[in-house]
Design a protein around this ligand. Structure first.
Ligand code: NAP
Length: 264
């Protein structure tokens, strides 16, 4: 199938690059389009695809990936609406933009698959939540699953509401861990450890903990208990987090993310 990538930013590029180890996807079947032509060119050069800065020049494709920011979608839709091939399907990665909104702008009968990807797709370790319109064919779904699955794990949902709720966890989640990493490293630096060493120690700590969790995904609580001895160092720190309302803070942060998703 031929893919048109509309908006060659960080996320869509990560997804496209993820496919390049797979025999199912040849670079020449990707048509890269971005108002900033250097971005389209950069992606196309990496995969052996073609690039365009003008919509009118784009060859017809089977699947159009909507990869711009939500606030640019209306502009994108108004440029492409009239000449989008009647049989083309859409894959949207835009946070907070419903299938209904996409169809409202680009055709009420179009098959639309919505995915909430995450940035670890760059490493083939993405978390991709998927929802599709009821007229999505099995062929389209399996093509999209091959595309998305090349850069991460797929979680298919039959309620679009879940995609909005999940956005604040899997889409934004890496940012919370980077924030935690920043704070942990800052404390090590304050203790006199070099910035470089501090950053490496924290990164390795998170990697080790994540790997333990991946091997035991149902047991975060048990893993936590296994390194928390009564009256010990970890417990002292965790008690401060509890007293500071850590659980409530995380819950409120996720509520704010959900609220923002709905506003977009
Ligand atoms: N980044 C993430 O971790 C992440 C995670 C989950 C979902 N997403 C979703 O992925 C989408 C892209 O995010 P991103 O971080 O990759 O953003 P980004 O790097 O800014 O990429 C968006 C690209 O789309 C281009 N664009 C703007 N208007 C366009 C138009 N009319 N037609 C075609 N392209 C247009 C932008 O150009 P300009 O810079 O000139 O505007 C930019 O090159 C967003 O909708 C976001 O919600 C991102």
């Amino acid at each position: 199938m031929r893919w048109a990538i509309l908006g060659c930013g960080q996320m869509s590029s990560a997804l496209v690059l993820g496919t390049q180890g797979s025999e199912d996807f040849s670079g020449e079947n990707f048509f890269c389009f971005d108002p900033i032509v250097e971005r389209a060119q950069d992606l196309a050069d990496q995969i052996g695809g073609s690039y365009y800065s003008r919509w009118e020049e784009l060859p017809a494709a089977d699947i159009y990936l909507l990869g711009c920011k939500p606030q640019h979608f209306k502009d994108l839709a108004s440029s492409i609406h009239a000449s989008l091939p009647a049989t083309a399907s859409l894959l949207s990665i835009m946070a907070g933009v419903s299938v209904e909104i996409v169809r409202g702008q680009l055709g009420s009968q179009r098959a639309v698959v919505r995915v909430m990807p995450n940035r670890a797709a760059l490493l083939g370790m993405g978390v991709h939540a998927l929802f599709c319109s009821s007229n999505t064919s099995d062929d389209l779904l399996s093509e999209v699953e091959r595309f998305i699955g090349a850069s991460g794990e797929i979680f298919l949902f039959d309620s679009e509401e879940m995609i909005d709720r999940i956005t604040g966890v899997s889409g934004s989640g890496p940012a919370y861990l980077f924030k935690l990493a920043e704070e942990l490293a800052a404390k090590l630096v304050e203790m006199g450890i070099s910035r470089r060493t501090a950053n490496l120690m924290v990164a390795q700590t998170l990697l080790g903990a994540s790997t333990m969790l991946v091997n035991n995904p149902h047991d975060a609580n048990q893993l936590k208990d296994s390194i928390t001895s009564k009256g010990g160092v970890t417990q002292a720190a965790l008690e401060v987090l509890d007293r500071g309302g850590f659980d409530q803070l995380i819950s409120s942060a996720l509520d704010a993310a959900y609220q923002r998703t709905k506003e977009l």
